[in-house]
Design a protein around this ligand. Structure first.
Ligand SMILES: Nc1ncnc2c1ncn2[C@@H]1O[C@H](COP(=O)(O)OP(=O)(O)O)[C@@H](O)[C@H]1O
Ligand SMILES: [Mg+2]
Length: 393
């Protein structure tokens, strides 16, 4: 029988704990036996790009320790097998079948279980995982500590700090490092660049490039308007030219020193806690794998611009601080590599992954308004910045 009037726990679907489990989990979190006196569940407004994320919630609990009432907050993420992903139909067969069979949908939990937290350099940590609720074979509810984030923008010093720590992390996870033996499959024994090749092959080459090659795309009023407004009539040609060189770029990347990367180290996945702003809480390891050295700088650079939270014109200043900071981090953990090799790994993997995929191709059919016009223009400007980062090879 429920002791709470309306906990809302049922709205969490398969991620839901029952009240007894939540009371036990909260007792463990607080280190004292508690009774629940209130629970509030709120969906987190965030449109997840991950096919394995089925829902995100903040759950606030009020708990009676018999001395006083304490509050505790969880961040709940529902992982699903990607066979339940609503947009699965967008992937053509036979790639769809392979995607369903091979997508590591529980990777985030696997990374946690493999002890990645112990490899992180000082200044980085994982959020505490209080509960992994296996509701059925296809769903896991992850009950993380809720990290209250410092409000406000990322400053250049934040980017430099994050880049240095990512460099240290890459050094600790370089090819052959002890820490890698505990990694979950399929990553542990993956060939170099597997995650990048998979994404670029399916998303960039099979989906974006054919659309970018089609002259009709560029005649669409939104695209034509954005090109004219940015004064960048060359962009379509440069993109197609780049697209044709990407297979060679991927081959080149395979020849560089490899490290295990976070894989999606955008500021959105490096949380700055309000009460400890000098540290970073690292989340969302979904794209991780064996990747060229420098890889994690790419998402660090473009993540916020991609989300519309940073102007494309701010990228050069960020690029300038993150590169030396990453090198410094590599050196701090004993990796000496020619800086030009690291720069190549960073730039080339960024360009392969993001330059052709930054235009909002799916949104061109949406009702036309000023917000959409501005969005397309921003992505055109971002795309230009990315194309210009392409190394000459
Ligand atoms: N433990 C947490 N505490 C507070 N906010 C979080 C936490 N984990 C994630 N978030 C917020 O939710 C967003 C999405 O979470 P994330 O795990 O990155 O999901 P996705 O895989 O869909 O990107 C993050 O960018 C962050 O703003
Ligand atoms: Mg994320």
């Amino acid at each position: 029988m429920s002791v709470l009037t309306d906990s809302g726990l049922a709205t969490l679907g398969p991620a839901a704990l029952d009240e007894a489990e939540l009371a036990a989990t909260t007792s463990a979190a607080l280190g004292v036996d508690v009774d629940l006196v209130g629970v509030t569940c709120m969906p987190v407004a965030y449109s997840s790009g991950s096919p394995a994320t089925a829902g995100l919630w903040r759950v606030d609990v009020r708990a009676d320790t018999s001395v006083w009432v304490r509050s505790y907050s969880y961040f709940v993420k529902l992982l699903r097998h990607v066979r339940h992903w609503p947009s699965l139909g967008l992937i053509p067969e036979p790639a769809r079948q392979e995607f369903v069979e091979r997508f590591p949908w529980r990777f985030e939990l696997d990374m946690y279980d493999c002890g990645i937290g112990e490899v992180l350099p000082e200044g980085m940590r994982l959020p505490v995982l209080h509960q992994a609720h296996r509701a059925d074979a296809d769903h896991i509810g992850l009950w993380w500590e809720y990290v209250d984030q410092r409000p406000g923008p990322w400053w250049l010093a934040d980017f430099a700090h994050a880049a240095r720590l990512l460099g240290r992390l890459a050094a600790r996870r370089r090819d052959g490092a002890e820490a890698n033996h505990r990694l979950p499959e399929p990553w542990r024994s993956a060939p170099p660049g597997m995650a990048l090749r998979y994404y670029v092959g399916n998303r960039v080459m099979a989906y974006c490039l054919p659309m970018l090659r089609d002259p009709q795309l560029w005649q669409h009023p939104l695209m034509a308007g954005a090109l004219a407004e940015s004064g960048d009539e060359r962009l379509p040609y440069d993109l197609v030219d780049l697209g044709e060189r990407i297979p060679r770029l991927l081959d080149l990347l395979d020849t560089l020193p490899q490290t295990f990367a976070h894989g999606d180290a955008s500021p959105q996945n490096l949380l700055v806690p309000a009460d400890q702003p000098e540290s970073l809480v690292v989340i969302d390891w979904g794209f991780g794998g064996r990747l060229p050295i420098g890889f994690d700088l790419g998402q660090l650079l473009v993540g916020l611009a991609h989300a519309g939270e940073l102007d494309a014109d701010d990228l050069p200043a960020i690029d300038e601080v993150i590169f030396p900071a990453y090198l410094d981090g590599l050196r701090a953990d004993g990796v000496m590599v020619d800086p030009e090799v690291v720069r190549l790994g960073y730039r080339a993997s960024l360009v392969a992954r993001s330059a052709l995929a930054a235009l909002p191709l799916e949104q061109l059919g949406d009702p036309l308004d000023d917000a959409l016009r501005a969005h397309v223009l921003n992505r055109v400007r971002l795309t230009r910045r990315l194309v210009d980062l392409a190394p000459r090879w």
